[in-house]
Design a protein around this ligand. Sequence first.
Ligand code: HEC
Ligand code: HEC
Length: 311
Amino acid sequence: MNDFTSGFWGIFIAAVTLLGIAWCLWLLVSQRKWLKITKEGDVGDTGHVWDGDLRELNNPVPRWWTIMYILMCVFGLGYLFLFPGLGSYSGVLGYTTEQELEQRSQAYAESVRPTYAKFDGISVEQLAKNPEAQQIGQRLFLNYCAQCHGSDARGSASFPNLVDGDSLYPRTPEAITETISKGRNGIMPSFNGVIDGATATDIAQYVRSLSGLAHNQLAAIRGKRAFDTNCVACHGVDGKGNKMLGAPNLTDGVWLYGSSERRIVEAIMNGLNNRMPAQEAILSPEQIRMLTAWVWGLTHRDGAAVVSTAQ
Ligand code: HEC
Ligand code: HEC
């Protein structure tokens, strides 16, 4: 496939390229009388004199240089004949960078296949206990996930912590595989225009009370009423969240954005839109399985679920 939308530009560029080389050759030929001259001073000097006795001569370029010059032009023409370079002409070898990339990634996939082949048919739960599989999983995580989730997988503001046992989505092998392959998009609508600033502050006080943080009791009572109207659809009547919607548990003391009144009011007024990009185009199914096992293993030491640790 070529990048030219109109046939004209392909031809134009090819013509300019060929004319460029022809011009280089013409330049050499037009100076050909130099070729026959070998002795210094044969063409005389230019008459330019510096510092009294420094004369500028008009000597020919050396023969080796002339030969190299011609060879370069021949090389250029040969290259343009074999490889793409003349507008939309694709070269007799039919080379494309796309094809080269594909061949290389196929060769790479082939070369790593034996590494993954020995884990075929082993369950994610078993892989999570296999030291070699865990090592591969960790290396993949450091390459593909650590820039967002942190090299210790403990995340940071808006990037979920994957080791604390609390999670937005179910922490099952299937859900983790889906997260990695298809990505996730956690969306909380903005309540701007629905809830006024004072009510948002009351709700924030109520939300803080859910995890036992310092709060204004009167405001929290008012806040609960507004919470019951606006928030329970996603966060649940008890505020414990809904893993199908990716709505976090607001009672466990684990915060993705922060527990301050300001942060909670911001979430209510501005809404949230948090995206994890899909990785299925980047990672092979085998790699995704290794990562699933590694991530699952973070919260399922020895196969048992780690209890959520409030912090
Ligand atoms: C560009 C940043 C980014 C990269 C790279 C990234 N993630 Fe994520 N990940 C996120 C965000 C943001 C979320 C939260 C999505 C949401 O709020 O719905 C998330 C969510 C998750 C979750 C769900 C967490 C929960 O609490 O349920 C898992 C599991 C996960 N990522 C694993 C991975 C793995 C494994 C990789 C590497 C293949 C990876 N992520 C790469 C940003 C990223
Ligand atoms: C349509 C569903 C939905 C509704 C309604 C909703 N939320 Fe959310 N909320 C979410 C989702 C999804 C997230 C997680 C966003 C993310 O993945 O980053 C979230 C996150 C939050 C957070 C951040 C938690 C943390 O760990 O930092 C707070 C606080 C919050 N919501 C409070 C509220 C309050 C208060 C209301 C009512 C005014 C409300 N939500 C209504 C879906 C909803």
